[in-house]
Design a binder for this molecule. Structure first.
Ligand SMILES: Cc1cc2nc3c(=O)[nH]c(=O)nc-3n(C[C@H](O)[C@H](O)[C@H](O)COP(=O)(O)OP(=O)(O)OC[C@H]3O[C@@H](n4cnc5c(N)ncnc54)[C@H](O)[C@@H]3O)c2cc1C
Length: 383
């Protein structure tokens, strides 16, 4: 069922208008210069998109996951970079609001939650390392308790948002006991001695989304900076991934829909051999496949989000959504470039940017191969 509530449709319309009127006009320029637009991001906060998933008492609007996905989808249709900045930014804020003790909330809500929801600050999540992406058992960043402090040593890589001027810090996944492979999530504020942020990593796409390497050299933070139940940092991060997969799938769905729309419009207008290219069966095939896959993607994304909201198991559906929709979007962007022909390869054609931007989506938040593994595991194929 893909019908949405009246409230969801209203919000979708509001975000769509914002995306068309305020996000789309500068998207190509931000891609060309790699600049992040802080004022625009503040507008995302003002609209309430960032706080959708937060309860009202934490300053949010207590919306459900599907509502949040619909809003992000609209932003992603015109600027995938901005949609990624937006959802990654929740990492730290949500950890503080959802997992923090009263003492931790008193310490960090002011800097890590309130300004993030207003679009005035961002946070980051640091999991991936140079030697450990899909294979988390290779994570090496260590945190050792020394008196009342955690001392962190290690490196993280590909970390979104960490170098933005408005970034308040990173939630770092650290190994605390190599024997039993225990991990903890530890909050490291920006500016903490021993925490260094590398230069921006240059990417093929998503250029106005910030990506950095992070270094921790005897970086010392108080013991209270550890979040959640002791020793369960890894499980917590993994369960967060399931929701993250639905969210990232939603951004890819937005991009795929946009590719379908612009390529269809172009195919109806562009004339070759005396007729619009939309009349050629090979071109039609690209567009009809795109349309089918967008529909199917929406069904599986909605199902995964609704299962999650209902508190039912959704790991398999989240992995299917992430796998199917990001691959669909990658193919949709590729076919959109094909339909635009030579113009599709030019920077001035949005399909060219979508083609570069979407490439990371089948990799970040767990690769396609890992999603397929998860689906197989959930089907009991390894038992
Ligand atoms: C733009 C961008 C933003 C990112 N942002 C963040 C962030 O904010 N925070 C963060 O922590 N990380 C972030 N990442 C990192 C991302 O999560 C990792 O790149 C991803 O998990 C893959 O890890 P890897 O790059 O080490 O590849 P690897 O794990 O080395 O994989 C290489 C290849 O081997 C395949 N492979 C590995 N294991 C298996 C297996 N068991 N079966 C089949 N195939 C396998 C993979 O599918 C892939 O094709 C980001 C990445 C990108 C590109």
């Amino acid at each position: 069922m893909t019908e949405y509530t009246e409230q969801q449709e209203m919000l979708r319309q509001t975000v769509r208008e914002f995306a068309r009127n305020e996000v789309a006009p500068g998207a190509a320029e931000r891609d060309a210069t790699g600049q992040f637009d802080y004022d625009l991001y503040r507008r995302v906060g003002e609209l309430g998109v960032i706080g959708l998933l937060f309860p009202e008492e934490d300053g949010g609007s207590g919306a459900d996951l599907l509502t949040y996905c619909l809003a992000l989808e609209e932003i992603a249709r015109v600027d995938l970079s901005l949609s990624w900045t937006t959802f990654v930014s929740l990492a730290g804020a949500h950890t503080v609001a959802a997992q923090g003790t009263e003492e931790q909330k008193a310490l960090w809500t002011k800097d890590w939650v309130d300004p993030v929801l207003r679009g005035e600050a961002t946070t980051s999540a640091g999991l991936s390392e140079p030697d450990a992406g899909s294979d988390n058992s290779r994570l090496k960043t260590r945190a050792v308790l020394d008196g009342d402090d955690w001392v962190i040593n290690g490196r993280k890589i590909f970390i979104t948002n960490a170098g933005l001027d408005n970034n308040v810090g990173v939630m770092v996944l650290c190994l605390t006991d190599p024997e039993t492979r225990r991990y903890e999530t530890i909050l490291v504020p920006r500016g903490t001695p021993g925490y260094t942020i590398g230069p921006p990593m240059k990417k093929m796409g998503l250029r106005s989304s910030d990506t950095r390497e992070l270094f921790f050299d005897d970086c010392r933070v108080p013991a209270i900076n550890r979040f959640g139940v002791e020793g369960e940092g890894y499980q917590r991060i993994m369960s967060g991934f399931f929701v993250g997969r639905i969210v990232i799938a939603s951004t890819a769905l937005g991009l795929a829909e946009e590719c379908l729309e612009i390529a269809t419009a172009y195919a109806k207008e562009r004339v070759a051999f005396g007729r619009p290219i939309a009349r050629f069966q090979y071109v039609q095939g690209m567009l009809t496949d795109m349309a089918l896959n967008v529909e199917l993607g929406r069904l599986i994304r909605d199902k995964a989000a609704r299962l999650s909201e209902a508190g039912k198991p959704f790991a398999k559906e989240a992995a299917m959504a992430k796998w199917f929709i990001t691959e669909t979007a990658k193919k949709a962007a590729d076919d959109a470039v094909q339909i635009f022909g030579g113009m599709g390869c030019m920077d001035e054609c949005p399909a060219s940017r979508y083609y570069r931007d979407i490439r990371a989506a089948t990799i970040g938040e767990g690769t396609t191969e890992i999603q397929r593994y998860v689906v197989g595991r959930e089907m009991g194929l390894f038992r």
